[in-house]
Design a protein around this ligand. Structure first.
Ligand code: NDP
Length: 319
């Protein structure tokens, strides 16, 4: 595929709340903008029911992200399915004079006077044997996507954050029994509202101070059980039909670091209050960044996207 010659005012990486909000704001500043990303809707789209986005007391995350995308497209911002990478057959991602050249997995090169990276985070894995092979055959990373497949089943969820708790509550509506397995002794991370819902889900059993150390099953059936490092009611393993790994995510820091952006000890891109990284014209927003600490929500990502577009506008206006 040829590399495109057009130089955009801003190339926006990602397809989540921050990226779409940035695209919409950039267009309103009359900037030429393109949104390029792989995972439509980011974390919001697979987050299930969203109950804390102002104006929508309860809306499905996928539907909310469709509205974000449509809003950006209303301003004629192209939204492209492609992954931004460090290099492709047509060259490396880099900043040359005042122009950024960003490689896409499709072998396209996207050129911009500024770049907003809103590429979010990658879900964590337990790195157990068979974890990858049995994904889709018992092992899952998305409660919202796969909960309905577990009608009448026994299922385990690993993790102790909002995702694990929300996931357990959702799965409990389908499964007969859910084990929520957490490595610490108490759930302190999740929002109070999510914990209240967990309290009402009477078929969720909490197992604390415990890790899943082995996946049991075979290549024919997929997952049939899990082994624990700390016996639960004398059982060293549990028979389960499904295991949901909801243990958070890590920032996609490779591309920003390659472009020279500094990251903190969590791998989050360090930005100032205007979403500037340490590289002029390289701006970042959303879950990729250190901008909102632990409050990584759709509303914070969207707000950061709008701020990032404003910063891109000021950068490009001053070139
Ligand atoms: P978090 O990073 O908040 O939590 C990850 C959990 O997984 C932690 O409890 C962590 O344990 C545990 N964990 C990490 N690695 C392992 C491992 N190798 N083995 C076992 N357990 C492990 O991720 P979430 O996806 O839950 O949430 C991400 C962000 O999104 C948070 O800011 C959250 O608040 C937000 N969110 C909000 C929602 C809402 O309804 N408002 C819904 C979903 C997410 P430990 O506690 O010991 O570190």
């Amino acid at each position: 595929m040829n590399s495109e010659n057009k130089i955009y005012d801003v190339v926006i990486g990602g397809q989540g709340a921050a990226a779409f909000a940035a695209g919409m704001y950039a267009a309103r500043y009359q900037m030429s903008a393109i949104v390029v990303g792989t995972t439509f809707g980011g974390e919001t789209a697979t987050g299930g029911l969203i109950e804390n986005y102002p104006g929508y007391p309860d809306i499905d995350g996928f539907e909310l992200m469709m509205k974000f995308k449509e809003h950006a497209e209303k301003y004629d911002v192209p939204v492209i399915d492609d992954k931004l990478v460090i290099s492709n057959a047509n060259g490396n991602s880099r900043k040359e004079s005042d122009i950024f050249e960003i490689a896409g997995e499709s072998d396209q090169i996207y050129r911009g006077r500024s770049v907003i990276l809103a590429i979010g985070r990658e879900r964590r894995s337990l790195w157990l044997d068979h974890e990858e092979d049995w994904t889709g055959r018992g092992v899952s990373y998305c409660s919202t996507c796969d909960a309905p497949m577990h009608k009448g089943n026994t299922v385990a969820v690993v993790g102790g954050g909002d995702s694990a708790v929300k996931g357990s509550v959702l799965i409990s509506k389908y499964a007969d029994k859910v084990y929520l397995i957490y490595r610490k002794s108490e759930l302190t991370r999740p929002e109070a509202a999510n914990l209240r819902q967990l309290d009402s889900a009477t078929n969720v059993e909490r197992i604390f101070n415990t890790n899943v150390v082995e996946l049991l099953g075979d290549d024919q059936k997929g997952l049939t059980g899990i082994k624990l490092d700390n016996p639960y009611q004398t059982l060293e393993s549990l028979d389960v039909d499904g295991l949901f790994i909801e243990i958070g995510a890590d920032p996609r820091k490779e591309l920003p670091m390659h472009l020279g952006a500094k990251v903190n000890e969590l791998g989050e891109v360090i930005v100032d209050k205007y979403m500037n990284t340490n590289i002029p014209g390289l701006i970042a927003a959303g879950d990729l960044t250190d901008a909102s600490g632990d409050l990584k929500q759709t509303i914070t990502a969207a707000a950061q996207g709008s701020m990032a577009a404003t910063t891109a506008y000021e950068h490009v206006s001053n070139l």
